[in-house]
Design a protein around this ligand. Structure first.
Ligand code: NIG
Ligand code: FE
Length: 388
């Protein structure tokens, strides 16, 4: 049996309101015990049980590992020139995705795995202990299938995004491409995917096409999620709620009726501040969603076009500074919110029975994640009870 006790935690965020104060379930002067990768005890440091291995947190803050519920890690190359051009005034369009598609198709499986592994490592080192990974830069049957095979080596949270954009060989024949996605591509992707996603936006797919694709995915046993309202106000939120999507992601734009629909649903609103940052777009005001009682997650959207970062601490800082989250709300959205977006009950919190995925910060409070932007505050990351 492997045992690890972390004692003298100045501030322990459990995300379990029945264990401590506020929505974050905060305990002061706390300890936690992990056995065989699970949390088995949480409480006052003074009354902590003995254990094989003991770590003294020296009054620092411990938080659940981040749950990054939206990434696109399977790709080749980068688009730094596109970023540079954007910073010089060009606007972001979905079309840039085609450039990464060309590079991804030309890459070997080993290259794609090595690149995704590199990013996974980066992500884990910055405190992310659960990650979702999408396909979507292959856009052929074979390239989507291999993208998902590679993703599945890295996480159980894999998403088939064959409907990322219409590839150039299907230009002006988007419905033919939709048929391919719903047919052979879905068939070959589904053994490796848990989720299905569609980019419903300007320059990508219409809500009607999105409906067709998500419905086919659901019939094939995948669970739906959706990219919506990144580039313009569209009608995909209604579709997401109607189809019971676990999450609707981006929401750079939303209207009052979207708020009402989401508030009466279980669909999580996942905001991606890295995308607004990197495309120099206006940030949505998260207060309007949170105040309406909607469950809000934040995620990195790591991809080579619109948000080339794996850093959840940066997402927290941007969410607080630019989207009007409080530091508490941002931390919750980056942990428990992400877990809800992935419909996972075993991560995103530190209650008894949860996975022992947690982070010791270098500071005494999680507030520093937003207060000290750009500084590495992650002292030690534990994945399934083991220090990485
Ligand atoms: O989530 N919105 C669509 N897909 C990605 C961007 C992909 C790219 O630009 O390569 C996103 O932001
Ligand atoms: Fe995305």
């Amino acid at each position: 049996m492997s045992q690890i006790l972390v004692k003298n935690i100045g501030l322990l965020v459990t995300n379990n309101p029945s264990l401590g104060s506020t929505q974050l379930g905060i305990l002061k002067n706390a300890a936690l015990l992990a056995e065989n990768g699970q949390i088995t005890w949480v409480g006052d440091s003074q009354s902590a049980p003995t254990a094989q291995n003991v770590i003294d947190a020296d009054g620092k803050c411990v938080i659940p590992g981040f749950v990054d519920s939206h990434t696109h890690l399977i790709f080749a190359g980068d688009r730094s020139n596109e970023f540079s051009a954007r910073m010089a005034g060009q606007s972001y369009a979905a079309g840039g995705i085609a450039d990464t598609v060309t590079k991804t198709r030309a890459a070997t499986d080993d290259d794609l795995l090595a690149n995704a592994n590199r990013l996974m490592h980066e992500s884990l080192n910055s405190g992310t202990t659960t990650i979702e990974i999408k396909s979507g830069y292959g856009l052929t049957v074979i390239d989507e299938e291999r993208s998902l095979k590679i993703a599945k080596q890295l996480t159980p949270e894999t998403t088939f995004l064959g409907a990322h954009v219409v590839p150039s060989e299907f230009k002006a024949k988007s419905n033919d491409y939709v048929d391919l996605v719903c047919g052979q591509m879905l068939n070959q992707a589904k053994p490796y995917a848990k989720w299905i996603d569609v980019f419903c936006d300007r320059g990508a797919f219409t809500p009607e096409q999105g409906r067709k694709i998500l419905t086919a995915g659901i019939a094939a046993g995948l669970k739906p999620r959706i990219h919506a309202n990144q580039l313009e106000q569209g009608d995909a939120v209604a579709l997401a709620v109607e189809l019971g999507c676990a999450s609707v992601d981006h929401l750079t734009y939303f209207k009052q009726s979207d708020i009402e629909k989401l508030a009466n649903s279980k669909t999580v609103a996942t905001l991606l501040p890295g995308a607004e940052f990197s495309t120099r777009s206006k940030y949505p005001d998260a207060r309007k969603l949170i105040d309406a009682g909607i469950t809000v997650a934040i995620a990195s959207d790591c991809n080579p076009g619109s948000s080339y970062t794996t850093s959840m601490p940066l997402m927290i800082a941007l969410a607080v500074r630019e989207m009007f989250f409080t530091p508490e709300q941002a931390l919750w959205s980056a942990t428990k919110g992400g877990a809800l977006a992935l419909q996972r009950e075993d991560v995103g919190h530190l209650s008894i029975g949860a996975k022992a995925d947690f982070v010791i910060l270098r500071e005494s409070s999680y507030i520093h994640l937003a207060y000290r932007p750009g500084v590495n505050l992650v002292e030690q990351v534990f994945l399934h009870g083991k220090s990485i």
